[in-house]
Design a protein around this ligand. Structure first.
Ligand code: R5P
Length: 295
């Protein structure tokens, strides 16, 4: 029987995209919140004996995760079939270490929560840094999709003589893949985070890239400070920074204004709905979903 794709809150476009591309049924949830903020929904059709695919980004994770847990539990109760989570943006991955006694390793706790709620997970470029593979923290089958080919294709098509710049050493994993696929040289800067909205970025000597157009690449933009500081270092060495190509755009309107005021334009994958979305995740996600459905 064909799966039913149910949108998580905010995941309506992604769920529709997946259902259309794969020929699966698009379910309805009628999701709303009671005046006190609690979640209300009704799965329609009932997922009796059919795999339920819950689709949507987990940005703004705290309210969305409770909705996800309730939907997954309901689908399991009514379905008797696997529940698969397609969360192109996976939350809490950056808190992968306890920096000070008493702080949670949220990535691990969150993984345990989701592993108990659904039967399999597909995501796009999770922030793997000190945790190297999702299998280290998730106990369910997972698939990770790389958005590098999308980012690389955009750079190839839109920027003449690019060089790819990552804002910190963590970004090497994305920057190298994107640059190689775009046939462009690359480098990374060094970043020190001083606060939620304060970072210090140092650039290496960029003389070798003279005459080329810098493209800043990162997995996540949130406050925008990382990109703004990185762009300032590029300007100091005579480059005109303009393009930032990002996987997950978590910016608020305020952060977007700050990025635009710095003369930067954001291009992102639609893993999180945002005005910068120019690249489509659904076609990349389908093969990974297919693999999990075949298990
Ligand atoms: C974390 O290290 C990520 O790779 C990003 O660099 C970071 O989340 C960007 O955050 P912000 O836009 O707030 O500087």
């Amino acid at each position: 029987m064909t799966p039913i794709v149910f949108p998580l809150p905010g995941g309506e476009a992604l769920a529709a995209d997946l259902a259309t591309l794969a020929g699966w049924e698009l379910g309805r949830t009628g999701f709303r919140r009671f005046p006190d903020g609690e979640a209300s929904f009704r799965l329609d059709p009932l997922p009796s004996q059919r795999t339920a695919i819950l689709a949507g980004a987990l940005d703004d994770p705290d309210p969305k995760t409770v909705a996800l847990l309730l939907m997954a539990a309901t689908a399991r109760e009514l379905g008797g079939a696997p529940v698969l989570l397609v969360a192109p943006y996976l939350a809490y991955m950056r808190q992968d270490i306890s920096f000070r006694a008493g702080e949670p390793v949220s990535a691990r706790h969150y993984a345990r929560l989701l592993s108990g709620a659904v039967d399999a997970l597909v995501t796009v470029d999770p922030h793997l840094h000190r945790i190297h593979r999702l299998e280290e923290i998730y106990s369910i089958p997972t698939r990770v999709v790389s958005a590098a080919p999308l980012l690389a294709a955009w750079i190839k098509a839109e920027v003449a003589d690019p060089f790819v710049v990552g804002p910190d050493e963590e970004s090497i994993q994305w920057v190298r893949k994107v640059a190689e696929a775009a046939g462009a040289p690359w480098t990374v800067m060094r970043k020190r985070r001083l606060g939620d909205r304060k970072v210090q970025v140092e650039a290496p000597d960029l003389a070798d890239f003279a005459g080329r157009a810098p493209v800043l690449v990162d997995d996540i933009v949130s406050s925008g400070r990382t990109l703004i500081e990185s762009a300032a270092r590029l300007s100091e060495q005579g480059f005109r920074p303009g393009h930032c190509v990002i996987v997950h755009d978590l910016t608020s309107a305020e952060a977007r204004d700050a990025v635009a005021e710095a003369g930067l334009s954001l291009v992102s994958v639609d893993t999180v709905p945002n005005p910068s979305n120019a690249l489509r995740a659904a076609p990349l996600l389908l093969p990974a979903i297919g693999e999990l459905l075949a298990l």
